[in-house]
Design a binder for this molecule. Structure first.
Ligand code: G3H
Ligand code: 13P
Ligand code: ZN
Length: 311
């Protein structure tokens, strides 16, 4: 099956009360782990590539690896640019075979965000590609840009209709308290999401697909494995899975997860290295690392997103 856009997946997800997982990919083992999990569970999938991933792995390698995954799985898979920060990078990805792009102008003034986002939408739609926009800023680190919690801001529901109408975006990422990375809340702080904002946005945009970034849960047991085998991760707090399950039943059709995959992979490699100090064949530690990605993604599909069996 060729790559698909997210249009059909989001329509079904909205109506079916589940969400599609958007997982970040950077190399072959990550792509294999994610797609093998989705294949076993017959789940639709969004594979997303950041600017950093393109710089690390090279656009062509990533495209070819995703093509291989399509051939192996025969699943509906969308290939998405994560946090495109300019018209140019969005255009390059549209021209280069992506079926979905995010234009992230969330840190720009409203009018500027609309202006560039609309330019991206016009180009994307003329090429059969869909666009995700963003309103509100998340705290955390993405592509080396760090946003302090104090500078993060919730999405203003009063702005969403105008933004969607004037840009023509196909989905909208909103800020309701999630953030990028492993340290989403301060130690002792109770994780909270502004479901009231999500509800208000949904009322204003009935039937319109909403996206949540920064949705890793940072399971404590994985942090403990990292630290047991020589890591030094401070206490990390992610988004509780029950909150994400609740969001997945609502207008939220796409949930972005990257940090939990990084954590699963790193925990596995650290453990393997500590327990097998004589092994120097990379396949020795990359095989269980790929399995750790697969296990994490299977868990998300079945217990958080609810998209198993929906391909
Ligand atoms: O939101 C950002 C994603 O986790 C991608 O991270 O920019 O380090 O590739 P990256
Ligand atoms: P996490 O850092 O919570 O995994 O978020 C990933 C993300 O939003 C990618 O765009
Ligand atoms: Zn993000």
């Amino acid at each position: 099956m060729p790559l698909v856009t997210t249009t059909e997946m989001f329509k079904k997800a909205y109506e079916g009360g589940y969400a599609i997982g958007a997982f970040n990919v950077n190399n072959m083992e990550i792509i294999q782990g994610i797609t093998e999990a989705a294949k076993d569970l017959n789940a639709p999938l969004i594979l997303q590539v950041s600017k950093g991933a393109r710089a690390y792995a090279n656009h062509t390698y990533l495209i070819k690896l995703v093509e291989a995954a399509l051939e192996e799985t025969d699943l509906p898979i969308a290939l998405h640019l994560d946090h495109g920060d300019s018209f140019e990078i969005c255009k390059t990805c549209i021209d280069g075979g992506f079926t979905s792009v995010m234009y992230d102008g969330s840190s720009l003034p409203f009018e500027e965000n609309i202006k560039i986002c609309k330019q991206v939408v016009d180009y994307a739609h003329a090429h059969g590609v869909v666009v995700e926009g963003e309103l509100g800023t998340l705290a955390g680190v993405e592509d080396d840009v760090s946003v302090d919690a104090e500078d993060a801001s919730y999405t203003k529901p009063s702005e969403v209709e105008e933004f969607v109408e004037r840009t023509g975006v196909d989905s909208l990422a909103i800020a309701i308290g999630t953030s990028h990375g492993a340290y989403k809340f301060k130690p002792g702080q109770k994780p909270q999401l502004r479901f009231d904002i999500l509800e208000e946005v949904t009322k204003r945009l009935p039937g319109f697909p909403i996206v949540l970034h920064g949705s890793s849960s940072v399971p404590q047991e994985f942090v403990e494995i990292v630290n047991k085998y020589g890591g030094k991760m401070p206490d990390a707090i992610g988004i509780p899975e029950e909150m994400l399950r609740e969001a997945a039943k609502s207008a939220v059709c796409k949930i972005n997860i990257d940090s939990d995959l990084r954590l699963a992979m790193t925990a596995s490699i650290r453990k393997f290295m500590a327990e097998n100090p004589d092994v120097f064949d990379p396949r020795g530690y990359l095989k269980p690392a790929r399995q750790a990605i697969k296990d994490m993604v299977s868990h998300k599909i079945e217990h958080v997103l609810g998209c198993n069996g929906k391909a």
